[in-house]
Design a protein around this ligand. Structure first.
Ligand SMILES: CC(=O)N[C@H]1[C@@H](OP(=O)(O)OP(=O)(O)OC[C@H]2O[C@@H](n3ccc(=O)[nH]c3=O)[C@H](O)[C@@H]2O)O[C@H](CO)[C@@H](O)[C@@H]1O
Ligand SMILES: C=C(OP(=O)(O)O)C(=O)O
Length: 429
C-alpha cells in the first residue's frame, strides 16, 4: 500500500479536466467480452481498477492495450478460465463478469467481489435476476457458480426489491443476448447505466429505457462494435474537485463535466452560498467565503450520491454552523470521521447521522484512507491543513481517481505518492 504526502495550506488555482467515469468504465470492460469484435473506448481513466480488470481479461486470453486514455479490448479469442481471485477481490465491479460471462458462455464461476468496505454490500438482487433469466446459482467456498440448462437464458420480468446500480447493470449484461424480452422494474437510473446501454446499443443491442426505472431488453444473437465508445465524465471525480475548489480554491475551472449529472450536488453547494458559474460542459468555482451550513441526505440518482458525501465534508467544515449528513444508502460509511478528527476536525457520528461543525484550523497528520471516498475527503482536508499530511493506504484513492497527483500539482498543490502503486500480481491467488 502506498502513501500520499500532502504539504498543505496553499490555495489552489487553475483548471482541471475530469476523466471518464470509473463506474462506467468498470462495467464497460466486462461488457466488452459480450462483443464478437474488438472494441475501443476513449476517455478511459488511468485508475488501478482498470489495470486490475485488464489482468482479469488477460486470464481469459482477452488481449487489451491502454495508452493515452484509449483502451482496446479484443475478446474474439476468449476462453473460459479460472479468474484470478486476488484481482477479482481488488474491486467491487468484478461482479459484472457474472453477467457478462453468463451472456457469453451461459455460465460463470467467480469468487465474491471486493471493493470498498463501506458496510454490508449483498448481491442478492443480482442473483435473483440471474435466476429469473433461467440460471441456477450456488455458492461454495466463497465462490459463486452460475449455470444454465441446454436452453440457455431466456427473457424474464425482473423486479428489483432495492434500487441497485450493480444489479441493474448485471441484469442488462446477462439479458442482452438472452432469447426473448426482459423487463427490469425498479431499475437504478444512474447516468453510468445509460452509458452501458449506449455502448451495447451501438453494437446492435436492443436496450430501451436506461435512465428510467423500467428497462426493456430484446435479446440479440450478436454484438459488433463499429466505432469507439467515449466514456461519460466522472461525476464523482467532478464533485470532489468542486468541493475542493470551494474549500481551498482561489478560482478553479472544472472542465469536461455534464452539469445535469451533478445537479443534486451543485444545488447543495449553491445552497451553501458558493457562486458557481455553470456552463455547458465546465463549471467555474470562485473563492468562496461566508458559507452556510446545510443538511444532506444521500439517495439513488438523481438524489445526492453516497459517493459524494465524504468528499463534501471538508467544505462543510468551512461553513459557519453545524451541517448534518445522513447516508441512507450506506449508513456506516463513516471511515473518514476518525481520521479527520486526528487532523483537528469537529466531526462526529450520532445514530447514523454525521454532524460536521466549523473546523477551520486543521493540522497535518498521519491518516488512513479506509476506502476511496474517505480517502478523497482526507486529500481535501490535507490540502486545507497547515503542515504535512501522510495518507496511508493511498491505493484506495488511486483505484478511482484518474492521475490525481498530476491534476493536483497543476492546481498548485504540493502532493506526491511515495512509490508507484502496486497491482495485484497476475494469476496469483
Ligand atoms: C462500481 C460501482 O458502480 N459502484 C457504485 C455502485 O455500487 P453497487 O452497485 O455495489 O451499489 P448498489 O446500487 O447495488 O447498492 C445500493 C444499495 O442496495 C443494497 N443492495 C445492493 C445489491 C443487492 O443485491 N442487494 C442490496 O441490498 C446495497 O447494500 C446498498 O445499500 O453504486 C453505489 C451506490 O450508488 C456506489 O456507492 C458505488 O460507487
Ligand atoms: C464505493 C465505491 O466504489 P466501488 O463500488 O467500486 O467499491 C465508490 O466509487 O465510491
Amino acid at each position: 500500500m502506498k502513501k500520499m504526502i500532502i504539504h498543505g495550506g496553499q490555495r489552489l488555482t487553475g483548471e482541471v479536466t475530469i476523466g471518464g467515469a470509473k463506474n462506467s468504465t468498470v462495467a464497460l470492460i466486462p461488457a466488452a467480452i459480450l462483443a464478437d469484435t474488438p472494441v475501443r473506448f476513449d476517455m478511459v481513466p488511468d485508475i488501478l481498477d482498470v489495470h486490475n480488470l485488464m489482468l482479469i481479461l488477460k486470464s481469459m486470453n482477452v488481449h487489451s492495450t491502454f495508452e493515452d486514455g484509449v483502451l482496446t479490448i479484443d475478446p474474439t479469442e476468449i476462453v473460459e478460465a479460472p479468474l484470478p481471485s486476488k484481482a477479482i477481490k481488488s474491486l467491487r465491479a468484478s461482479y459484472y463478469f457474472m453477467g457478462s460471462l453468463l451472456g457469453r458462455f451461459q455460465r460463470a464461476t467467480l469468487s465474491f467481489p471486493g471493493g470498498d468496505n463501506i458496510g454490508p454490500r449483498p448481491i442478492d438482487q443480482h442473483i435473483k435476476a440471474f435466476k429469473a433469466l433461467g440460471a441456477s446459482v450456488s455458492e461454495r467456498d466463497n465462490t459463486v457458480h452460475i449455470t444454465t440448462g441446454p436452453a440457455g437464458l431466456h427473457g424474464a420480468r425482473i423486479f428489483l426489491d432495492v434500487v441497485s446500480v450493480g444489479a441493474t447493470i448485471n441484469s442488462i449484461l446477462a439479458a442482452v443476448k438472452a432469447e426473448g424480452t426482459t423487463v427490469i422494474e425498479n431499475a437504478a437510473k444512474e447516468p453510468e447505466i445509460i452509458d452501458i446501454a449506449t455502448f451495447l446499443n451501438n453494437m446492435g443491442a436492443h436496450v430501451r429505457g436506461a435512465g428510467t426505472d423500467v428497462i426493456r431488453i430484446e435479446g440479440v444473437s450478436t454484438l459488433r462494435a463499429m466505432n469507439t465508445h467515449t466514456i461519460i465524465p466522472d461525476r464523482i471525480e467532478a464533485g470532489t474537485y468542486l468541493s475542493m475548489a470551494a474549500a481551498i480554491g482561489d478560482g478553479i475551472v472544472i472542465k469536461n463535466v455534464i452539469p445535469e449529472h451533478l445537479e443534486s450536488f451543485t444545488a447543495k453547494m449553491i445552497e451553501m452560498g458558493v457562486h458557481l458559474e455553470i456552463d455547458e460542459d465546465s463549471i467555474f468555482v470562485p473563492r468562496s467565503e461566508n458559507l452556510k451550513p446545510i443538511q444532506v441526505k444521500t439517495m439513488p440518482f438523481p438524489g445526492f450520491a453516497t459517493d459524494l458525501q465524504q468528499p463534501l465534508t471538508p467544505l462543510l467544515m468551512c461553513a459557519k454552523g453545524s451541517s448534518v449528513v445522513i447516508d441512507t444508502i450506506y449508513p456506516k460509511r463513516i471511515k473518514h470521521i476518525a481520521e479527520l478528527r486526528k487532523m483537528g476536525a469537529n466531526i462526529r457520528s450520532e445514530n447514523d447521522m454525521i454532524v460536521v461543525d466549523p473546523s477551520t484550523h486543521l493540522v497535518g497528520s498521519e491518516v488512513q484512507a479506509g476506502e476511496i471516498r474517505a480517502g478523497a475527503s482526507l486529500v481535501i482536508a490535507g490540502l486545507m491543513a497547515q503542515g504535512t499530511t501522510v495518507i496511508d493506504n493511498a491505493d484506495n484513492i488511486l483505484r478511482g481517481y484518474d492521475r490525481i497527483v498530476q491534476k493536483l500539482t497543476a492546481l498548485n498543490a504540493d502532493v506526491s505518492i511515495q512509490s508507484a502503486a502496486t497491482l495485484v500480481e497476475d494469476g496469483q491467488d
